[in-house]
Design a protein around this ligand. Structure first.
Ligand SMILES: Cc1cc2nc3c(=O)[nH]c(=O)nc-3n(C[C@H](O)[C@H](O)[C@H](O)COP(=O)(O)O)c2cc1C
Length: 207
């Protein structure tokens, strides 16, 4: 089976709010990565039909082709994930955790084959209304998830005090931070080079 080249950066937006805080912040991170030469792409989970795992475990082991859910759009996202060198997961905090759309999506990771995530890295973007510590449970979940898949977590951007979309216009510093974060992520990927597979866990907080 041929591995597909991992040659771009993929933003994955969990928030259902189009052009909302997560969407815009992920855009800015992607803009930063593009500045250092990375092709970028973004998916909004709310634009795909991703159904919740039914728990039958038919896919485990074996992969998505054995999943009992044949007729949703998870495979379309997985195809994009497989070609990406870096996944930028963006989620607002909803009721102390990640938004439900993201949790439904990551529950389906149980059927990801290693070729989808090996050599891939991850970063996180989390806007929320409360103080930064309000993102801790969400970050802990995502970091544990990445560790479980052997994905190196390259860092997180947590942006507190954002409730309404207009709040991001008051906090323009977040947009600059997001672009700088994306640049740094892009530069890190360049340092790893084309054939890297080091997965040592590191964490660089932008909080
Ligand atoms: C249903 C719901 C639950 C929320 N729960 C929390 C929460 O527990 N803690 C918090 O700080 N913000 C909470 N928020 C606020 C969102 O995190 C905040 O509005 C965020 O900026 C939304 O990002 P978005 O524009 O990408 O959707 C909640 C918002 C909604 C709609």
């Amino acid at each position: 089976m041929n591995d597909k080249p991992k040659d771009y950066v993929l933003g994955i937006v969990g928030s259902p709010r189009r052009d909302g805080n997560t969407d815009r912040l992920v855009d800015s991170v992607l803009r930063g990565a593009a500045m250092v030469g990375w092709p970028v792409e973004k998916v909004r989970l709310s634009e795909f039909d991703v159904r919740p795992c039914e728990g039958c475990l038919a896919c485990y082991p074996g992969g998505l082709t054995r999943c009992a859910i044949h007729d949703d759009e998870m495979q379309k996202i997985v195809d994009r994930m497989e070609r990406a060198r870096l996944w930028i997961l963006g989620t607002p905090v909803y009721c102390y955790g990640p938004v439900g759309q993201l949790k439904v999506f990551i529950d389906r990771w149980i059927c990801l084959l290693p070729r989808v995530y090996s050599g891939t890295r991850a970063a996180t973007v989390i806007p929320l209304h409360a103080a930064a510590s309000g993102a801790d449970p969400t970050l802990a979940l995502l970091e544990t998830l990445f560790r479980g898949f052997g994905l190196e977590h390259l860092g997180s951007l947590v942006c507190p005090d954002l409730l309404h979309v207009e709040d991001l216009d008051r906090h323009t510093e977040y947009v600059y931070q997001a672009v700088a974060f994306g640049r740094r992520l892009g530069e890190r990927l360049l340092e790893y080079g084309a054939s890297s597979d080091g997965n040592a866990a590191t964490r660089s907080e932008d909080r």
